[in-house]
Design a protein around this ligand. Structure first.
Ligand code: SF4
Length: 460
């Protein structure tokens, strides 16, 4: 069966595309499990010519990934085009957002896959290919006689070491253009799924139903050996959570003699408590860590259920600086911020002396606890505003002033470091990139750009 996998573009949004455009790991993982099919792939973040792709490949089935809320409208538009160009093609949708919010795609595709695609996609497509009923397969949502049907929860994959290896052949034409910060090109490696913590704004633990599953260090090393690039980003949201496993991974990399550079995401409390682990990771090639510091204020951290504290933040910075590991720090601006809160956050970021930072607006992503808690307060349900740079909750300051303060903060603590980082790699020096970078920063630093989003009509 000819199967097309599509990563939609991200729609109109002020987002992270200036700092990251990574391989669509979810689709590559599904592709790894669909080895018996004839596969093709379109990454619409880099190539928008969907009609040409569909006409040239004529797939029997089309799978669309919706990992983020901002990709919903673009994903819906993809499905419309698929149905127009290939009315007989079977269509299925998956990814974090789709799995947690299947109603956004009901009636727009044949099936929405809830949960992990590696298991269900091959079973589903085998049934479709044989012309058989699939309504007894767990983990699917679809419309039947105009009514939504959910076939029941499918168990999570218990042993991630048994997963097929991801298929990077399907993304080969784009591989050189995937990047993360100054890591160009970069390969993503997933070493675990889920997280033991329960931050209210996070969809990771929700999607993984509160479970934390890990690949063993030997499997991780096997995947590192197969990575085609020098730069590797561990895609886990909390890479160091299991300290002994992390130390073993570092040890295996060191013993293997592999010379690559690594980036990951981690929590400050783990780093602060385990400086030896950080030293081992540095010796193995760890260059930088993305950390969600989130706030200068203990009370705010508690509100987010972060289960961490400002003291651990300071200590973690020291440990990482002592080991020459760069910090990419993430902070959250609460819509409830007054002018003084912006000042205090600015002061705090400066005090931490991190090499670069991202500041986002607290966003209740659909499917998270925060969304359930704040549903009645949402000022917009336009998914394009759920890009972490717009306020979809009422702001304490008038909206225009809120964005002015937000832009001022960005300009003061992040502009120079982000420009430096963007141009660290020679491959970023193309005229297109420079023009795009100037436009993007011009947009990001003007309150007007953010306000515009609030007046843009929701795509149908
Ligand atoms: S620690 Fe990070 S990955 Fe874990 S729940 Fe919190 S935000 Fe999500």
């Amino acid at each position: 069966m000819k199967v097309a996998l599509i990563q939609p573009s991200q729609g109109h949004y002020i987002g992270f595309h200036h700092v990251a455009l990574t391989e669509p790991l979810g689709l590559e993982a599904v592709a790894g499990a669909l080895a018996s099919h004839d596969l093709c792939m379109l990454d619409m973040r880099l190539d928008r010519n969907l009609e040409k792709f569909l006409t040239a490949n004529k797939p029997d089935a089309v799978g669309v990934a919706i990992p983020f809320t901002t990709a919903v409208y673009a994903g819906q538009a993809v499905l419309k085009t698929v149905h127009r160009v290939l009315p007989k093609a079977f269509t299925f949708v998956g990814g974090h957002h789709a799995a947690l919010n299947p109603s956004d795609f009901l009636g727009r595709c044949d099936v929405i896959v809830a949960g992990e695609g590696e298991e269900v996609a091959p079973e589903l497509l085998a049934r479709v290919e044989a012309g058989e009923d699939y309504s007894d397969l767990k983990g699917l949502t679809f419309l039947k006689d105009g009514e939504p049907v959910f076939t029941g929860e499918r168990s999570l994959i218990s042993d991630l070491n048994q997963l097929p290896l991801v298929n990077r052949k399907i993304t080969e034409p784009y591989a050189e253009r995937y990047f993360f910060r100054d890591m160009v090109p970069v390969t993503m490696i997933e070493t675990a799924r889920g997280c033991p913590y329960r931050c209210t704004f996070c969809s990771v633990w929700k999607f993984n139903r509160g479970r934390y599953r890990q690949k063993n260090p030997e499997r991780v090393l096997e995947e590192i050996k197969l990575a085609p690039t020098k730069h590797i980003l561990f895609s886990d949201d909390n890479f160091m959570s299991n300290v002994s496993r992390t130390e073993r991974i570092a040890q295996l990399i060191k013993e293997s003699g592999i010379k690559k550079s690594y980036g990951c995401q981690a929590r400050t409390d783990t780093i602060a408590k385990h400086p030896d682990m950080i030293r081992r990771l540095r010796d193995a090639g760890l260059r930088w860590v993305l950390i969600g510091f989130e706030s200068f204020d203990e009370e705010h951290l508690n509100k987010l259920n972060k289960k961490n504290n400002v003291e651990a933040n300071m200590e973690a910075v020291k440990v990482l600086h002592d080991n020459d590991i760069e910090i990419w720090a993430a902070f959250i601006v609460d819509p409830d911020f007054g002018r003084n809160d912006f000042r205090l956050l600015q002061k705090y970021i400066r005090k931490l002396k991190v090499s670069s930072c991202q500041i986002t607006v607290l966003t209740p992503l659909p499917g998270t606890d925060l969304f359930a808690e704040k549903l009645h307060q949402l000022t917009s349900k336009n998914y394009e505003l759920f890009d972490f740079f717009h306020a979809v909750l009422p702001t304490k300051l008038p909206l225009k002033q809120f964005y002015r303060e937000f832009c001022k903060l960005y300009r003061r603590v992040s502009l120079i470091s982000n420009i430096k980082m963007a141009f660290k790699s020679p491959s970023n020096f193309s005229l297109d990139n420079i023009v795009q970078g100037i436009q993007l920063y011009n947009n990001m630093l003007r309150a007007k750009s953010y306000l515009k989003g609030h007046f843009r009509a929701e795509p149908k």
